[in-house]
Write a protein that binds this ligand. Structure first.
Ligand code: URA
Length: 425
């Protein structure tokens, strides 16, 4: 067997055997196959796709490329495929713990124009995210919740392949995304998996058809591995909530936990939270919704967040936001027709909220707060968005370009498109 034959076989669109996939992936992990050949292999997969069998085999090889954890207790993992303004995990993890659902959440950093939960939480002064498995297990036993960085030694194949995909134009491939996400989720020990699969211009999946196909294969892989897996397809055409940028998003998550969140984020939290609660407690969904709404109203999740932040050495009263800011006002009256999530995510990155190179240091204090969302009526000179900046400024025209107006009334976009479970495949 050699890598050239494998690349050529995939280039012809033929199905690879598990042995061939193993040879390619483990050869790359062990530095026996160079970047340029793996890039070519990835491009062949990107262009020709994979059969279900290949995707399932690839996931299995990646999953077993490193440690596979077993927490010794039932827990639910919630994963987002990435979007703009997505601070849902920071709300959901403590909220679920307040309702007696154990949450040991391993999260990632920002990727491209999308933000990452770990970068956001590090906006809380002193907050530690690099914690050993033993300490995290103790924390979850003590207070029911921890949000930490991915443990070293889990899925080294994904770590290496993802970094290469990021710079070879091979990220948006259904088999490569499915195997990347599912290998990590299966290796990280949760018994049940909920995936918030974002769809829209600010997401990796830009249309519903592709998103459904990705959901189908991920749900199947989860079940083949004995883990109940549910994909919730949600809108990412406009940013989620009002805040974009690390500190600003943590502050919005806190408002939401205190019952004062923006409507769309609140709706998403209630939908995902009730699904998680009903799954964990085997409870009818209507009952779960009542529990989640009650916890939000009473601020129970906020109390849990305070406990979690203190446990992880953070200071909840110290989440700095830049004092330099300016407002951008509407240049016409009308209705907001669209707010381009992708462009705003890229602009937040340019302000310093995200990275362009692996070693860039993030500015936690910058970002945007939207004052209008799609479907809102706006009058000329009303504030559309506040820009928090520091070192780097932005041309106003770039921000104006993110908004489209309509003279006609625009209905509010659908937030939850579909819930995909094993039984409805
Ligand atoms: N998130 C992941 O973890 N992997 C992908 O390939 C895409 C999104």
């Amino acid at each position: 067997m050699n890598i050239l034959e494998i690349i050529e076989k995939k280039t012809k669109g033929e199905e690879l055997t598990k042995e061939e996939l193993n040879y390619a992936i483990m050869g790359y992990v062990n530095d026996e196959i160079p970047d340029y050949q793996m890039s070519s292999f990835l491009m062949a997969v990107y262009l020709k796709g994979m059969t279900d069998k290949e995707t399932i085999d690839l996931t299995d090889i990646m999953l077993h490329s490193g440690k596979v954890l077993d927490f010794g207790f039932d827990s639910i993992d919630k994963h987002s495929t990435g979007g703009v303004g997505d601070k849902t995990t920071i709300v959901l993890a403590p909220l679920m713990a307040a309702l007696d659902v154990k949450m040991l959440k391993m999260s990632g950093r920002g990727l491209g124009h999308t933000g990452g939960t770990i970068d956001k939480l590090e906006a809380i002064s002193g907050f530690q995210t690099n914690i050993s498995l033993e300490e995290v297990q103790k924390q979850v036993e003590d207070i029911g919740v921890a949000i930490v960085s991915q443990m070293g030694g889990l899925c080294p194949a994904d770590k290496k392949l993802y970094a290469l995909r990021d710079v070879t134009g091979t990220v948006a491939s259904i088999p490569l995304i499915a195997s990347s996400i599912m290998s990590k989720k299966l290796a990280s020990g949760a018994s049940k998996i909920i995936i918030d699969l974002k769809v829209g211009n600010g997401a990796l999946m830009t249309n519903l058809e592709d998103a459904k196909e990705l959901a189908r294969i991920m749900v199947n892989i989860g079940h083949l591995n004995g883990k109940e897996t549910i994909c919730v397809l949600t809108n990412m055409d406009e940013p989620l909530g009002n805040a974009i940028g690390n500190s600003l998003e943590v502050l919005e998550a806190i408002d939401t936990l205190k019952g004062n969140g923006p409507k769309d984020l609140n709706e998403l939290v209630i939908n995902l939270g009730s699904l998680m609660l009903s799954l964990d407690k085997n409870m009818p969904i209507e009952e779960a919704i009542e529990y989640v709404e009650n916890a939000l109203e009473k601020g129970l999740g906020y109390e849990k967040l305070v406990e979690m932040v203190a446990y992880q050495h953070g200071d909840i009263d110290n989440i700095p936001v830049s004092s330099k800011k300016f407002d951008i006002k509407a240049y016409q009256s009308g209705y907001i027709k669209s707010i381009n999530a992708l462009k705003l995510g890229e602009l937040a990155r340019k302000l310093g909220a995200g990275r362009f190179a692996k070693d860039d240091v993030i500015d936690q204090t910058v970002g945007f707060v939207l004052h209008k969302k799609v479907g809102d009526k706006v009058l000329k000179d009303e504030v559309l968005i506040t820009v928090y900046y520091n070192e780097k400024d932005l041309p106003l025209s770039d921000i104006f370009d993110c908004f489209e107006y309509s003279d006609e009334e625009i209905s509010k976009p659908t937030l939850i498109y579909e819930i995909i479970k094993k039984e409805n495949l």
